[in-house]
Design a protein around this ligand. Structure first.
Ligand code: AMP
Ligand code: MG
Length: 378
């Protein structure tokens, strides 16, 4: 059995990475991770434009101006104005050369072609070349996740094909002869965690407790996927063939972790691809997903990962076992943490919880009223 401390201390999971890149169309880029810095190739805006509907003028002191033309957005003519003249400009329209201010329409009186300024103007109401983005600025760094906010920068620069990290494909296999009578929960749980990690889940199928069937499903996953996740068949039961299967197809890196729930978990490698074999019990499976899989896959996907911790007061004692790390789900309310664990195979133990409490290997109890760190699900 391996401790959590050793798994992290010895960098067992951290050493894996996935660095394939490809180009995607900007419309398909949401949620992808930039595989290169984006440097601006131009000033944005590339012409001075009006921030308001109004009248472009050389100076404000004259107060009276003669209207000589009109520019709407998209009209790219090179116009000029002199003192005493004005040109009507729409919001976003190119401001004529020589203009230093745009007087908003609310600040003028107009009769025929004569414009009179009323009131005081404090802003120029002109957006200058490069006010938004300067040419040669590094506008987005490699590793940035493309969102609804920063995609506008890429779009402003007219970039249509974006170099991104390929999304790791994760093959999911559930195992167990019982899955023709009970519902397969774990494959959906794992599917969701994979999506939460910005990876692409592929459900390979559910395998019987049969060495050949397990091997053939794993081979299929190896063909299509970068990471493999199984559930069930990994503990010490008669039909738990996965340890044998993994060691015959590749190697076991660790099997059995000093944690509850989740003790039977196995991690290995086949054809240099990582394989996680999760326990069959649904809460154990999900706990291992939170503890190991989510951070692992986020790293593979180049998406930042950090634990969100809140402090809360425990509503009751939680005993644990010396030498084992315990993860216990809790519900949070008004600064209190209420334990919800009923059993490793009862999904409602965790389904309504807000986070997990970790009780370290060298502890045997968290006391009622202890202030504890709750690792909040996000
Ligand atoms: P195992 O680790 O294969 O012995 O599985 C332990 C228990 O977990 C089984 O008896 C099932 O009740 C349950 N189990 C295993 N796989 C699944 C699954 N995919 N969905 C729901 N429950 C499962
Ligand atoms: Mg089984």
């Amino acid at each position: 059995m391996i401790s959590l401390g050793d798994i992290y201390g010895k960098n067992i999971l951290n050493k894996y990475s996935f660095n394939k890149v490809n180009y995607v169309d900007i419309y398909d880029s949401y949620g992808k991770v930039l595989a290169e810095d984006i440097t601006s190739t131009m000033d944005i805006p590339f012409f001075s434009k009006s921030d308001k509907d109004g009248y472009a003028v050389v100076d404000l002191n004259l107060k009276h101006y003669t209207l000589i033309d009109e520019v709407l957005a998209g009209d790219m003519r090179d116009l000029k104005i002199e003192k005493g003249e004005c040109i009507h400009v729409a919001t976003g329209a190119k401001v004529p050369e020589g203009a230093n201010y745009v007087i908003p329409i609310e600040y003028v009186e107009k009769s025929n072609n004569e414009i009179r300024l009323i009131g005081d103007i404090e802003e120029t109401n002109i957006i200058k070349i490069g006010d938004d983005i300067k040419k040669n600025d590094k506008v987005l760094k490699k590793g940035t996740v493309i969102t609804e906010r920063n995609i506008g920068i890429i779009a402003s620069l007219g970039i249509e094909k974006i170099k991104v990290y390929e999304t790791p494909k994760v093959g999911i296999i559930s195992t167990g002869n019982e899955l023709n009578s009970i519902k397969d929960v774990n494959s959906k749980t794992i599917f969701s965690i994979v999506k939460k990690s910005n990876c692409q889940p592929i459900f390979i199928g559910s395998a019987k407790d049969d060495i050949d069937d397990l091997k053939s499903k794993i081979n299929k996953a190896l063909e299509h996927c970068d990471v493999i996740i199984t559930s069930g068949g990994v503990s010490a039961g008669k039909k738990d063939y996965l340890p044998r299967v993994v060691s015959s197809m590749g190697k076991i890196i660790f099997h059995k972790v000093k944690m509850r729930p989740g003790m039977p978990m196995l991690f290995g490698e086949i054809n240099e691809k990582p394989i996680f074999c999760m326990p069959g019990n649904v809460v154990s499976c999900l706990t291992c997903c939170y503890v190991f899989l989510l951070p692992f896959l986020r790293k593979m996907a180049h998406v930042p990962y950090s634990k969100k911790i809140v402090r809360a007061r425990l509503s009751e004692d939680i005993p644990s076992e010396y030498g084992m790390t315990y993860f216990r789900p809790v519900k949070l309310k008004d600064g209190m943490a209420y334990p919800t664990f009923k059993g490793s195979n009862l999904i409602t133990s965790i389904a309504y919880a807000d986070g997990l409490i970790e009780i370290k290997e060298d502890e045997t109890l968290k006391n009622k009223n202890d202030v504890v760190d709750v690792w909040v699900f996000e």
